[in-house]
Ligand binder design. Structure first.
Ligand code: FRU
Length: 441
């Protein structure tokens, strides 16, 4: 699997579609996979939602896109691939479970990239409504201005008028030859734009917060969504209670997985609640629903200064483990975690107020450069929450950017060692074995 797509809450379930080629792990004709959940951690698989139509403008692939509700019906805006062409297509839900989708016969709804612009790439969608008007931005790039977002407006989702470049990397000294998978939303009175930055380097997701002036987005503060090398193409939705929750694709290369199970290459991140800090930076923490996945407590006890605590990773290998470390007082400067296995090829996690660093053996799994933040982060470390599930490790300690990494997925790690440093250096540690549905991960 790759990008999450079309996130929508409908009839009390969150629907998560995703890029997926059912024919095999080498993506050739990409379809939309589909899963849904009532609690954000138990997921049910559904049949493919969109498959390339051999006679349609998406004959070579149904690439990424978003969901919106228009006239009481969920709609998908996605990128139809036809040879060299990547153009916006529309589909409407045919039932209340979002199993069947009816394509608009007039697809593609935009016949070519904006004329007059030196467009380098044009794909992926984020759409919203303001009064009677629909807006969408399409990701891509400009020959002379790098990664760019193209803004369109419409009265009916079918007829779109080009409204100009919404933002471009070079205008603000930002990275990226192409900005893929835009995700535009509002938190309070701040506009947030998340893009996936592609420029030949390891790609990463970048957030920008700022304001929209006329038809242009002006970023004020930017940063990385995650400090690992895996989290990419995130997309978010607003839940009924107002929280904004994102999922990202954790990239995995073919061949990284041992054994015959190559069809399961690539995983979805945990759901992340997004919020702004006082400096206007975008932060994330695990969605509160994840507490519902906690089963038996594996351990629950204090850990003293420079002390260590050992715990078995999970009583049942098929279950995930959550570890939470809450420093007591403000004296703890760093929290360390070590995933240990039989062969001594350990995963080391070090969390300070400034960020999360993870190494596996000699390999760095997080970015060497400190993640860009609105203000330098110093001081005591806050609560650290780590989730380990079949080789996937996600570590959260806001305000630092989280880190999602993929370690060896062969089940070699069976112990976690927690290490606390600083004065007075006391912390309480709790770990749970977490349940999960048979069809997740
Ligand atoms: C990002 C991306 C998107 C595209 C999709 C194809 O990972 O390249 O730009 O729509 O994946 O699967």
């Amino acid at each position: 699997m790759n990008d999450p797509n079309g996130l929508i809450e409908w009839n009390d379930r969150v629907h998560l579609f995703y890029q997926h080629d059912p024919a095999g792990p080498v993506p050739e004709k990409i379809a939309w996979g589909h899963a849904s959940s009532a609690d954000l951690w138990t997921w049910h698989d559904h049949p493919l939602a969109l498959e390339p139509d051999p006679f349609g403008p998406d004959r070579d692939g149904c690439f990424s896109g978003c969901a919106v509700v228009a006239d009481g019906h969920p709609h998908l805006l996605y990128t139809g691939v036809n040879g060299e062409h990547e153009l916006p297509c529309l589909a409407q839900a045919a039932d209340q479970d979002l199993i069947g989708w009816t394509r608009y016969p007039g697809n593609p709804v935009i016949g070519r990239p904006p004329p007059g612009e030196a467009v380098r790439a044009f794909r992926d969608h984020s759409a919203w409504r303001a009064g009677p008007t629909w807006y969408q931005v399409i990701g891509g790039g400009l020959q002379d201005r790098g990664g760019a977002l193209f803004l369109y407006r419409s009265a009916d989702l079918r007829n779109w008028q080009y409204a100009g470049v919404f933002a471009a990397a070079a205008d603000y000294g930002l990275d990226g030859v192409i900005w893929e998978c835009p995700d535009v939303f509002v938190l309070g009175d701040t506009t947030v734009v998340v893009v996936s930055v592609w420029d030949g380097q390891p790609p990463y997701a970048m957030w920008m917060t700022g304001q929209v002036t006329g038809h242009r987005f002006v970023p004020k503060t930017t940063g990385r969504s995650d400090s690992g090398h895996r989290y990419y193409a995130p997309q978010s939705l607003t839940l009924a209670d107002g929280r904004r929750v994102a999922f990202g694709w954790l990239r995995e290369a073919l061949g990284e997985l041992a054994g015959p199970d190559q069809s399961r290459v690539g995983v979805m991140s945990l759901p992340r609640e997004l919020f702004l800090d006082q400096g206007g930076a975008l932060r994330s923490r695990p969605a509160r629903e994840l507490a519902g996945a906690r089963g038996d407590a594996l351990v629950n006890r204090p850990v003293d200064g420079h002390g260590t605590a050992n715990l078995a990773l999970s009583a049942r290998a098929s279950h995930a483990t959550e570890i939470s470390i809450t420093p007591a007082g403000r004296g703890v400067a760093a929290v360390g975690l070590r995933l240990a296995g039989a062969d001594g090829h350990d995963v080391q996690v070090r969390v300070t107020a400034g960020g999360v660093e993870i190494t596996e053996g000699r390999r760095r799994l997080t970015d060497a450069a400190a993640p860009r933040t609105a203000a330098p982060l110093t001081g005591p470390v806050g609560e650290v929450r780590a989730f380990y599930d079949g080789g996937v490790l996600e570590v959260y300690s806001p305000p630092a950017a989280p880190a999602a990494v993929i370690c060896c997925r062969d089940g070699r790690y069976d112990r976690v060692v927690a290490e606390i440093s600083g004065r007075p250096g006391r912390a309480s540690l709790t770990a749970w074995s977490c349940g999960r549905s048979p069809d997740s991960r």
